[in-house]
Structure formats: C-alpha cells, structure tokens
Design a protein around this ligand. Structure first.
Ligand SMILES: [Zn+2]
Length: 279
C-alpha cells in the first residue's frame, strides 16, 4: 500500500517536472511553498548584472516576478558594493509543483537557493551552459565540526544582511553556525532583519530565500511569522543532541508520509496553455 502510494506521488511530481513552459495567466503563487504551484512564471535569465545561474539543465529557474526582481536587485546591489558574484541555484519548475528530487518546498515560485560564495574561476558573463552544470557552491560551514570554514568572509555576512533587509523576504534559511555568527556579531546582533534569518539543517553552501505571499496572489498560503529573533535559547537547541535526533526523525517522516494534496487551482495550472512571452 505504502509503496503504491509513493509510486503514485512520483508520477505526480514527474508530470510537474515535464511541463516545459510556464502556464499562461497572470502571475500568481498558489498554495504553500511545500504544496503549491505557480501560474504565469517569469524566467530568470541565465546571466545578468552581478549574478550567474548554475545548473540550468535542472530547469528550475522560474519564479513569481517578485522572486526574479528580488534576485536581480540583490545581485545588482552586491555588484555595486563589491560583495562578489551571486551564484543562483534552484528556484521553481516552470509551473512550480512538486519535484521528483531535491526539495519539498520551492513549489510556488517564492523560494530560491543562492550560494554564499562564488567558486574560484567563475567569471561573470563567461560561463558556458556546460560549465554551469559543474559550478559547485563553496561550503562556508564544516558540518562535522560545526565551524565556519576559511571561505566565510565579512562580504558574505553583508550579502545576507542585504537579502534579509528586503521587505519582500519572509525568511532565509541558513546553517545554525552562520546564524550563531550573526547573532554574536555586535553589528548584526540586533538588526531589524535578524528574525528573518532562520537556522536550519544543511544550508552550509547555500542559503534559501523565501518571499512572503505577493499581493497579487490571493491563493498563496502564508507561513506563520517567525516566533523570535532566532538567537538565544532557541539557537542553543540547534547545537544539542536533540537537534540531530530531530533531523533523523524528520527525514524518516518525510520518506514515509505522502506528499500533501495540491490546491485545486493547481490542476488548471498543470494543463494550462504555455505562457507566450511578451513581445
Ligand atoms: Zn532551497
């Protein structure tokens, strides 16, 4: 029974993956980030001022226009202030929805993975499609020892501050070691955006930006606001044995639980005609 269910889910995810083009209609994030879809997606160009997209072959550079604008603003600001090239990973599939591999979230066009640091040798505007497939994000946290690596720099903290200060952002997931560094740094400890930076497992080589529900998306389901600034006692938990135990439990539960049903509006998004690009 469980196996049959899992197989059926794989089929659903593959249908979403197979949609080659964004769905026609006004841009709209539908549902939640872990059970939703995306109408009228905008495509992030593979290269732009201050950023490059990695692994274009994954076909996940689609988002709500607010997400595309966020990335382009962040990259332009990082370039202006010489904080380094922004390397962009997964956004959503052309119509969002579940993916057969990789994430539970990223379904409604409001999530993006961004590398903390560009690998050496990656030059703006000089990446072939082939080279993009092999861009590897640089880890700034050593997971076994839970310490920052030599790749961590003040510029990375500045990029995170820029990103977190954007009013469109709901939250940004970073490794707890990074959260701790920013909680302890006097210049960032009490920043108004501190609560938006949320400690989470992994995220040692990229951060994960999640935007809030855009005003044009009435079917978008918002997340509860962060309960605290994420520093202090709540952060201590992340370095306790309970946190590793919880991670193992979470993985197990995800493997066993069926994917949540998508909102009814997503059935229309899946079969809608392709969006014709504006002339
Ligand atoms: Zn992500």
């Amino acid at each position: 029974m469980a196996l049959a269910l899992l197989a059926a889910e794989g089929v659903v995810a593959r249908q979403w993956q197979a949609a080659p083009m964004p769905a026609a209609g006004a841009a709209q994030a539908i549902g939640g980030t872990s059970n939703g879809c995306l109408q009228g997606a905008e495509t992030l160009p593979v290269s732009g001022p201050g950023y490059e997209v990695a692994r274009v072959g994954r076909h996940r550079r689609y988002g709500h226009p607010a997400l595309i604008a966020f990335i382009q603003h962040l990259a332009a600001a990082a370039r202006r202030t010489k904080l380094g090239l922004v390397i962009v990973g997964d956004l959503s599939q052309p119509r969002g929805g579940p993916t057969p591999s990789g994430h539970r979230s990223h379904q409604s066009g409001l999530d993006a993975d961004i590398a903390y640091a560009a690998p050496a040798g990656v030059r703006a505007g000089h990446l072939s499609l082939r080279a993009r497939e092999h861009v590897k994000a640089v880890p700034v946290v050593d997971l076994p020892t839970q310490t920052l690596t030599a790749a961590w720099t003040p510029s990375i903290a500045a990029v995170l501050a820029l990103a977190a200060a954007d009013p469109a952002v709901d939250r940004i997931f970073v490794n707890p070691v990074i959260k701790k560094a920013l909680c302890e740094d006097a210049t960032t400890a009490h920043a108004p955006w501190q609560a938006r930076l949320r400690p989470w497992w992994g995220h040692h080589d990229h951060f994960h930006v999640r935007l809030g529900c855009p005003a044009d998306s009435p079917l978008c389901v918002p997340q509860d606001p962060p309960p605290d600034d994420g520093c202090g006692a709540a952060l201590v938990w992340w370095f306790s044995p309970a946190a590793s135990a919880a991670q193992a439990k979470k993985k197990e539960a995800e493997a066993e639980s069926p994917e949540p049903l998508l909102p009814p509006a997503c059935a229309d998004v899946l079969v809608a005609p392709p969006l014709t690009p504006a002339p």
